[in-house]
Design a protein around this ligand. Structure first.
Ligand code: ATP
Length: 140
């Protein structure tokens, strides 16, 4: 089943999501403010565009309103991440997933209406810790 996704921010996290979704045959619109990042994804995503996602008019022109699931993978620039999320919630996107940089960022994202907030480093740390415990149990 083909579904529409947009990934905003093509760093290690967003880039990896964009790559995997595309490899699974999904339609992905890849967006980044950085031209080099966008060029990297030209042959991977269905569409790759240079854009500032905090700009409401730009996102509208890109047809973001018609996309089912938008992933905001801007980490370092918390202000840009929050502004982008506000614009997306105003557009009533079906599902918005946002990467949080820290607990305060996560709290704000939840308050402004992000459907799913992920904290990759923390979540992966937890998974690996559980993995280590279960492997140790099997070793005994
Ligand atoms: P990661 O931890 O996923 O590797 P990173 O540290 O490489 O992230 P971040 O600063 O978290 O990079 O940003 C991820 C991407 O988001 C970058 O490629 C950056 O150019 C992009 N980005 C930042 N601000 C905007 C914006 N306003 N609009 C679109 N893209 C943006």
């Amino acid at each position: 089943m083909k579904r529409d996704f947009a990934v905003i921010g093509l760093g290690r996290f967003g880039g990896s999501i964009c790559r995997e979704l595309s490899m699974e045959g999904m339609e992905v619109l890849a967006i980044d403010i950085d031209e080099d990042k966008v060029n990297e994804f030209k042959n991977i995503a269905s569409h790759a565009v240079i854009a500032d996602s905090t700009d409401e008019a730009t996102l509208k022109d890109l047809g973001i309103k018609n996309i089912d699931h938008v992933i905001v993978a801007i980490g370092d620039n918390i202000q840009a991440s929050i502004l982008t999320t506000v614009v997306l919630t105003d557009f009533n996107i079906k599902k918005i997933t946002v990467k949080a940089q820290n607990d305060y960022h996560e709290k704000i994202l939840n308050k402004i209406g992000a459907d799913q907030v992920v904290h990759p480093e923390r979540d992966m740390g937890k998974r690996i810790a559980h993995n280590i415990i279960s492997n140790n149990i099997l070793d005994y």
